[in-house]
Design a protein around this ligand. Structure first.
Ligand code: C2E
Ligand code: MG
Ligand code: MG
Ligand code: MG
Length: 282
């Protein structure tokens, strides 16, 4: 396996190297095809007002079922798309399709779309967003862009500038996954945000672990102190919902209040009288 073996090394090397690299390459090839040939779909998950139970928003989530590979989770293909640059094209499609759907539904609550740092740093991103809104005649305040903190960490000044341009368009900016991994409180202060989404890992222990409860409570207080509306993600049980209500949290998103669903399934459930395609009352 060392260089000393010279030419013969290839024989031993290749099959070993290939398995991992080849799997990845195959995934990348299939993903590239899915992105260019309309092979992706979107599911939508409700965001719900805790006190009234009303729908206050939807999050668009990318889905991929490959004919050969089967279902591949976003946790797998989004990072791959980010590493390979495919995220720019993928993200533009997601934005377009989510806006098209919002227009078809005549949605009156915001449609939230996840945006990767690699999309935002592209010089044409602001124009892509404004073109997409225009194409589908969606009002800017009905589009919410969910950003991750990785954006801020790489180039804080450029990030703040770009987000300022997006704000000027009138879209809403939300900081996703707050409280997961290395959260920088600085990004809450330095970026022009209108919302923060608390990561679902923060909820894991709240029903039995006093420390988890305190952390959640403190983060809710922090957001309140900064006048930032909060969405808590990953609410799965009635107990968790009770705690959030008690702590004064206003908006939740989780399996408890609605899983991500196909557009037709979701529309039938949310707006049963409209057969899924007539103006919803929400
Ligand atoms: P995210 O933006 O934080 O989206 C929320 C994730 O939590 C979704 O996972 C959703 O299905 C899941 N979730 C919601 N409620 C619950 C719950 O009660 N319990 C549990 N266990 N999970 C819940 P999903 O759809 O697998 O997506 C994972 C991540 O992939 C997303 O996290 C987002 O960061 C990324 N992603 C998905 N679609 C896109 C996209 O179109 N563009 C970009 N850039 N990223 C995307
Ligand atoms: Mg999100
Ligand atoms: Mg996210
Ligand atoms: Mg999140």
């Amino acid at each position: 396996e060392t260089k000393k073996e010279g030419k013969n090394a290839a024989r031993f090397f290749r099959p070993v190297m290939n398995s991992a690299a080849q799997t990845r390459l195959r995934l990348e090839t299939r993903l590239r095809e899915a992105v260019t040939c309309q092979g992706l779909t979107l599911h939508y998950q409700p965001q719900v007002d805790v006190s009234s139970g009303r729908l206050v928003g939807l999050e668009a989530l990318a889905r991929w079922t490959d004919p050969e590979l089967g279902v591949v989770s976003p946790g797998e293909f989004i990072p791959l798309a980010e590493d390979t640059g495919l995220i720019v094209q993928l993200g533009a499609w997601v934005l377009d399709e989510a806006c098209r759907q919002a227009a078809e539904w005549a949605l009156r609550v915001p449609m939230a779309v996840n945006i990767s740092p690699a999309q935002i740093v592209r010089p044409e991103f602001v124009e892509t967003v404004s073109d997409t809104l225009e194409r589908h005649k969606v009002a800017p305040h009905l589009l919410k862009l969910e950003l991750t903190e990785r954006l801020h960490i790489r180039d804080p000044q450029q990030a703040a500038h770009r987000l300022g341009c997006l704000r000027a368009l009138g879209v809403t900016l939300s900081l996703d996954d707050f409280g997961a991994g290395q959260s920088a409180v600085a990004s809450l202060m330095n970026l022009p945000l209108q919302e923060v989404k608390l990561d679902r890992t923060l909820l894991a222990g709240v029903t039995h672990d006093p420390a988890s409860w305190q952390v959640l409570k403190a983060l809710l207080a922090l957001a309140r102190g900064l006048s930032l509306p909060v969405v808590v993600e990953g609410v799965e049980t009635p107990q968790q919902l009770d705690i959030l209500r008690y702590l004064g949290c206003e908006t939740v998103q989780g399996y408890m209040t609605g899983r991500p669903e196909q557009p037709t399934t979701l529309a039938e459930r949310l707006w049963p009288s409209s057969a899924g395609h007539i103006r919803p009352s929400a």
